[in-house]
Ligand binder design. Structure first.
Ligand code: ATP
Ligand code: ZN
Length: 270
């Protein structure tokens, strides 16, 4: 994808290998995000690339996005696993049937799969996502999401990336459903943070999503008052962030601006 050995092609389109310098930047991004948004996180999790099919059916991802979903079969027979399409789906089952006594935040890092129809730079089939998930009431989720987006745009600016924020619609409510899509746009439930990831190519490197009480209802999670809990998530795509940084600062890591290197805790040797 990118000239200087950042994401290495494999025989499968949209699937890459990550050399050391790429991993050093991913690691730096991960640490920086923990410092930036992890202050109130109660649990920090690393998710495997698969998830119980029952969870994905419960959130109706298989109905909304059958074309993106990868399933695990053995000997031609569908197993109880599918490939994880987004990190936060791992989190809601942890709270199934729980009554929250307070606001909760969870961080999750996951390898995700989506059977994307195209394979331009930054559109991978296997990619890594970092997410922060908040369980709160409606207002609490919305103001947390908005605060996070402000903080994230400032941080990306410090990393030398010019960003734009745009209202979007997404999988959580089924983009196939035009009514829900319009509703989601009107209510500004999803924002994307866009930046240039390759010459002439702008993509979302992060998104901030309010899910209303959708997951609270689906997983019977209630707040302290007994109402269905509301949730929100802020998600980041590591590979797209790496591409944006190499596009902006070049392929030679040693020549990246010192403040950027410092913000990503890059060792002098790299
Ligand atoms: P897009 O509109 O670009 O398809 P999305 O709205 O589906 O993205 P989200 O579901 O909000 O994306 O995922 C959170 C983040 O994960 C995105 O902002 C992006 O940085 C990253 N991401 C999503 N899909 C891919 C992909 N195919 N390849 C690389 N990163 C991705
Ligand atoms: Zn999410």
């Amino acid at each position: 994808v990118s000239g200087g050995g950042w994401l290495l092609d494999t025989p499968a389109t949209g699937v890459y290998l990550y050399p050391d310098q790429c991993e050093a930047v991913v690691h730096g991004l991960s640490r920086a995000l923990t410092a930036l948004l992890g202050g109130h996180v109660k649990q920090s999790l690393r998710a495997p690339p698969v998830i119980a099919r029952s969870v994905i059916e419960r959130v109706e991802y298989d109905k909304s996005f059958p074309h993106l979903l990868g399933t695990v079969t053995t000997r031609g027979i569908a197993s109880d696993l599918v490939l994880l399409p987004a990190g936060c789906y791992c989190v809601y089952p942890l709270y199934a049937d729980a009554r929250l006594s307070a606001v909760d935040e969870v961080s999750v890092e996951a390898t995700c799969f989506r059977q994307e129809a195209t394979a331009e730079a930054g559109r991978l089939r296997s990619f890594r996502m970092r997410e922060f998930v908040r369980l709160d009431n409606d207002d609490g989720c919305r103001s947390w999401r908005d605060r996070c987006l402000d903080v994230v745009c400032d941080w990306l600016g410090e990393l030398g990336l010019a960003t734009e924020t745009a209202v979007a619609s997404d999988p959580f409510f089924g983009s196939g459903n035009r009514l829900m899509r319009g509703l989601q746009m009107d209510q500004k439930l999803k924002f994307e943070v866009l930046t240039t990831v390759a010459p002439g190519l702008t993509q979302a490197v992060a998104s901030g999503n309010c899910h209303k009480d959708q997951f609270g209802k689906l997983f019977s999670i209630t707040d302290a008052t007994g109402d269905a809990a509301h949730t929100a998530c802020v998600a980041f795509g590591y590979e797209r962030l790496v591409l944006a940084l190499t596009h902006q600062h070049g392929d030679d890591l040693r020549r990246w601006p010192e403040p950027v290197r410092k913000a990503l805790s890059l060792a002098a040797a790299l």
